[in-house]
Ligand binder design. Sequence first.
Ligand SMILES: [Zn+2]
Length: 281
Amino acid sequence: MFTQEAAERYSRNILLKEVGVAGQLKLSKGRVLIIGAGGLGSAAAMYLAAAGVGVIGIADGDAVELSNLQRQIIHSADVIGKPKAESARETLKALNPEIRIAAINAVIGTENAAEIIKEYDFVIDGTDNFPAKYLINDVCVAAGKPFSHAGVIQFSGQTMTYVPGSPCFRCVFPEPPKDGAVPNCREAGVLGVVPGIIGAVQAAEAIKYLLKIGSLLTGRLLIFDALNMSFRKAPVPRSGACVCGGVPTDLNDRAYGGAKGCGTVCAAANRNASVCGNNAN
Ligand SMILES: [Zn+2]
């Protein structure tokens, strides 16, 4: 059961009939891995820590730079140069000392992805490059691990959730775009609140998954446009000829072009009018 302090800390969760004491205990036993301590990961991690998710892994191989602070709200000016995973761990620990934070100061690649992911119930993709996104998809699909995909660029973002049996990221975008075909945030910019909004959606999906409440963003791609303040959901059919349908994928570094990448996925969505334009609801 809870300490007096925990009952007070989580009182607004516990008041919700869909959560209650039983739900809060489920959250305290939940384990969520966040890959990327950037803009998406910052928002997702803060809300998951605040909600009392018992174990949060946060993986990132980079160090904090001044240009990160416009959107990566988990870091602050006094930690520039520090590993992002460690900076994130300290911020989350200060927010909620009752939970466990695993700082993984490494780039997730083919050699370590499966080993790291298997320790967790749910994975949040907060990465900023295509090779990592395809790798996370393929490793999670192979392991039957639920995950939240997201991508952001400029004023737009997109996200969808995978659980075993639902369409995966490759069902929507079977192959990565060619190198340089799609600009990344470093080249094209991104409004800081966009990853904040989408990262918060990812946290909500993880919480709902752990609590087994509501309906997840499976089989639908949520597309957000901050300029028009529109949220659309495009249905995503499951592709038969896909890694999620048992078509094998080569899990080697060459297939993913290394861990450092070429762009964000949202821009790929914008290329694909049949997904983003026609079927929106
Ligand atoms: Zn698929």
